[in-house]
Design a binder for this molecule. Sequence first.
Ligand code: WAQ
Ligand code: MG
Length: 269
Amino acid sequence: MFDSDDAEGGAPYLLSVRMRASREGRHLGGAERLVQPGLWLSAVSSLQDRALRYGGADQVHIGSDIVGADNVARVAALPVSTSPYPDIAGARREAQKLLQRCGVPGAVAKDVFRLLDEGPGPGRTVMRGAMLIHTASGQRLEPDPSRGVRVSRMDYTPRCREILGAALAREGLTSPRTMEAIGIATKALWCGVMCELCWSDDPGYVAGYVASAVSGYRRFAQIKRAGLSTGGRALFLRDHESVGPVIERLEKAAVLIDSINTIEGLRYP
Ligand code: WAQ
Ligand code: MG
């Protein structure tokens, strides 16, 4: 563990900066930062870079909200580990086992794999946010099935970003997607989500993960077939969890990731 950065300064508020990029009205992707006021412009500029990486964007929106510093929770990043299975079948077997450990029945897990392969939105489209799924029954709970639920208002402190980034780079993990995904998964679990399954809708990005309190962020080098423009996120909720407050936290609660468990934690378990 290391202490949270005092170097961040004690401003009474942070800025939540959010980017979304689209082409011909179709969502390409989004990303976000949560920063001290002095880092606002560099956050905007990093999100602009990120938007241009999608390629083909014809519209980029970047907006900022002010968040009172007292309302920012500080959490540790989930420990990260990589599955030894390099192939899709092995990855999905392990992913299903990890989900089952959290109470997701095998049949529900398989259904969700199929949804992510086909496109989980209406008419087999890609969603902008995540599916919310009732763990036991597999029932879909997100109010808007094409938008889904966006996990929002989370970021790393500058020092944590640096340390986690360096640790991931030592494992050969240099894509900004990995850090972003660890951030999303960390916040989702903090909000009361039981476990998450994710892979990208980018046809060239075949890695994915399961995140849960028992497995941490368990990464699979290849969990989808290359060339598919489908993917998404499934956030599983416990039976008794009421959906409204979880959505409110996922979308609105501000979370700063200020520590990682240990560098060795990257090889957990
Ligand atoms: N909140 C909820 N859902 C989201 C969010 C968000 N902030 N961002 C993306 N999604 C959903 C949406 O449905 C996208 O279609 C889908 O997830 C995939 O998004 O190397 O890059 O940005 O360890 O394409 C996972 C592996 C990469 C990372 C995931 O997702 C690694 C990825 P993408
Ligand atoms: Mg994408």
